[in-house]
Design a protein around this ligand. Structure first.
Ligand code: SAM
Length: 305
């Protein structure tokens, strides 16, 4: 993905995915209080704030210090209608309590990596360039991809690649990594990508994506405990949102989407609004290829909750 910047301000741009669709489903109203659990650069929040004017509010949660700083700058014109917290969305309950809010009127999660993170080589999310094996969204946390790759057992690595990356060559790749790290520690994204590539015979390399794609996804999920955080917040929806309020979740891979689908379906306090996930139009994918795997699901909290 090419680095995208605002030509006038040199501020990194992240095009919000399924923007209209997500905000329409969230249905913000004047006076409402909305939570953006994955604030990023604030694209969705900006639209929500416009839609719940003049007095609706958004509380943003963001793990990434750089994204948070940029979002605060961008959303400063909204004044007290926007507040932000540097913490995981898995701690929304605590965040709301600190703002003396019992329940909000809606929740949006736009999961995954922002273009800002992906395009910053020093963050280590991409194998397209030589970066450190980091992948932390919250740089206050200690666990990095380097730690996992160099210290986890062969079996643990294989499990991470298989379960979080759905990588069928997981055992083969894990064995190759553990053999290679005996020679020298694996410290960079491109070194790891080369090891993965040489672990798997060419005939098993996928045609449409790089052979390292799924392993990188798996490591990112493990470093940031993405599925654990998502599962936890999905269970808490009726405690975070008032009856009638909505939760809209945008996912970028099947593991997340399945989790959302089943947690929505299995929760007797939720009513699903999207029988099938909402997908981006071809036009959006053309302009923003990152949108191609996006799926949006929404549900509202029933009156009995
Ligand atoms: C796809 S981006 C969101 C982009 C945003 N909707 C926008 O329009 O700019 C996802 C963001 O969620 C953040 N994130 C991921 N997991 C998080 C978590 N558990 N708590 C808080 N933020 C998280 C990432 O750091 C990233 O900035």
């Amino acid at each position: 993905m090419a680095e995208s910047q605002d030509p006038e301000t040199s501020t990194p741009i992240h095009s919000p995915v399924l923007l209209e669709e997500a905000v329409n489903l969230l249905a913000p109203v004047d006076g409402g209080i909305y939570i953006d659990g994955t604030l990023g650069l604030g694209g969705h929040t900006e639209k929500i704030l416009q839609s719940c004017a003049p007095s609706g509010k958004v509380i943003g949660f963001e793990w990434d210090d750089k994204a948070l700083e940029l979002a605060k700058k961008r959303l400063a014109p909204f004044g007290h209608r926007f507040t932000a917290q540097h913490r995981s969305y898995s701690e929304i309950m605590r965040g709301l309590a600190e703002e003396n809010i019992h329940k909000a009127d809606g929740l949006l999660l736009d999961l995954g990596v922002s273009s800002l993170q992906f395009d910053t080589i020093s963050r280590g999310f991409t194998f397209q360039a030589e970066g450190p094996l980091d992948m932390r969204m919250d740089r206050r946390r200690r666990l990095t991809a380097e730690e996992i790759v160099n210290n986890y057992s062969k079996d643990d690595l294989a499990d991470i690649f298989f379960y979080y990356g759905e990588e069928r060559q997981a055992r083969r790749i894990a064995a190759h990594i553990t053999a290679e790290r005996e020679k020298a520690p694996i410290r960079t994204t491109s070194h790891l990508a080369r090891i993965i590539s040489s672990a798997v015979p060419k005939k098993f390399h996928p045609r449409k994506i790089h052979i390292a794609t799924k392993v990188f996804q798996a490591l990112r999920i493990a470093v940031n405990k993405e599925l654990d955080n998502l599962a936890a917040i999905l269970d808490l929806i009726p405690e975070i949102i008032r009856p009638g309020g909505r939760a809209c979740i945008i996912t970028f891979h099947s593991l997340e989407d399945r989790l959302v689908k089943w947690k929505f379906k299995d929760n007797p306090l939720l009513h699903v609004l999207t029988k099938k996930p909402v997908r981006p139009e071809t036009e959006e994918i053309k302009i923003n290829p990152r949108a191609r795997s996006a799926k949006l699901r929404a549900a509202y909290v029933k009156d009995s909750a």
